[in-house]
Design a protein around this ligand. Sequence first.
Ligand SMILES: [Zn+2]
Length: 614
Amino acid sequence: MLRSTMGCQIEPKQEPGRRTPLRGLERRRPITRCRALQYAPCATRYIAPRSYPASQQAAIRCRVGSLFIIKIAMPLIGRLPSYWETHNGRIVLSALFIFFSSSTAFFAKLLEIYAHQPGGLLFSASVIALFAIATVLFFLLICFGRLTRWILALFVLASSQAGYYMAQYGVVIDVDMLENTMQTNPAEFWGLVTPSLVLRTVFLGVLPAWLMLRGRLRPVGFWRALRARLLLITGALVAAALLVVPLTASYASFIREHKQVRLYASPLYFTYSLVRYANLRWFPHAPQPHRTLAADLKVVDQQRPGQIVVLVVGETARADRFALNGYTRDTNPALRGQRLVSFTQVTSCGTSTAVSVPCMFSALGRSRYDSAEARRSDNVLDLLQRSGVQVLWRDNNSDSKGVADRVRFENFRSPQRNPVCDPECRDVGMLDGLDAYIRDNAGHDILIVLHQMGSHGPEYYKRYPTEFEKFRPVCRTGELQRCTKEEIDNAYDNTILYTDHFLSKVIDFLKPYDRTHGTAMLYVSDHGESLGENKMYLHGAPYAFAPQAQIRVPVVLWVGQNFSYSLETAMRYRDTPFSHDELFCGLLTAFGRATSLCEQQRAFFALRKPAHPG
Ligand SMILES: [Zn+2]
């Protein structure tokens, strides 16, 4: 039966050749094609000596392959149902399913690196086997008693989600990504729900979870179970050692040069991230009081008219997609007509909103940034408010990520407050009623922060009104892999076009105040975006491995005639490398506030001082 479906096709023509070591094989007619080879393990390649004629090599491979299937694979498959009913069996089989169904991004990254190297496929197989064993070991160590089935079901559900986002968007589930996920609002969540995600959740999550929960596990005595578990763990450790020892040099180079690949191994890495995240979030070491910074903060420049600064915190805009920075498409038709400077070499603090936004307002800077430390310390808005500046935060994004906790905050994500919703509430609606706010705060310095929806993905096509759909055709789904690169680029570039329009409106709003106030608009995007380069989408990559597309951000400065700092001076520094770190002292300087915290710090607005030339 088996032979008839998987057996060898025999060619009628006899070929001369040497005798083969397998008894009886020489009496057969030579075999040139064998369907069984499709199923035979690669190892059979090494069984047939190259010195034999091709037909006899094929015969040997065919026989060994068939033997493997009949004697080893089939009996193993036959035993699976009864193995599934044991504790260890369910753990091992479920662990392998969880690993292989959710680590496709891991396999793809491995093959990307090794597929074309000599011996690369063998090494890739070894790494995959090693991580499969590590996954089995992990579950053998955490699954006990009645909890076993529930733990497996929970992990298969979580892995189906993590596997989807890693495979589809190339993201890594690290602590920052979990922080991001926890801060996702319902609108953002529904934007990420796609038909593929639903299908994957059902077939690789819900159904397997149901199977893992179903049926009784054969009861077995405690000591017997423990002995079997210890034997299995020992066997797994030995197998892991056998995989690593012959390829030690390759493993050493893998760990040294390609360590980012392991971040895609599911569920091991996301479990590690989850434990770290829970530890940071829910088990803080000790409650610490709020830290007041810059006790020496003082006003140093009082000879000015009142200042009005609008700071636009952008969302997901890439520096290289601004025509102002040299992009070949005209994505800045409105800003091109304004007197402004676009800084071309600015890097972000993080690759996600949850990191970049609190970081850019904190005194810590990227090198010392810690989310808990930033949250419990004064940020630049606190300092400005304390020194007499009226601070208003208007938000059309998710929220201020804790930055505006102690200043006036207005939510513009709903039609109750935002007059420009179709039904998506547009950034330009945040300008509504600002004249009244300025009037009410006459005689004060004013900082208005506008937190944009900007280019938030993956549904770029929703981020602009129809009249801004200049580049066509556009991708009209959140499943970016189903669109061509051109469609994704078009949709994304249209979002930049809309941001260009919005920024120009902000400048036009400020112009009438230019006669009576010092006015300025500073636009800073929070992070960039991957648009399919190297199969990466969205953002949130670990900073050390993040592509330039995710960390190079556009920064645009417009200043009125009476503003303390001249545009001409700023213009000289348009190609100087800056980062989000500059914003903290930049805002203080813009309002003529000084503190020892900023003595060594560079700032966007401090550019005219030759003593601190960027
Ligand atoms: Zn963001």
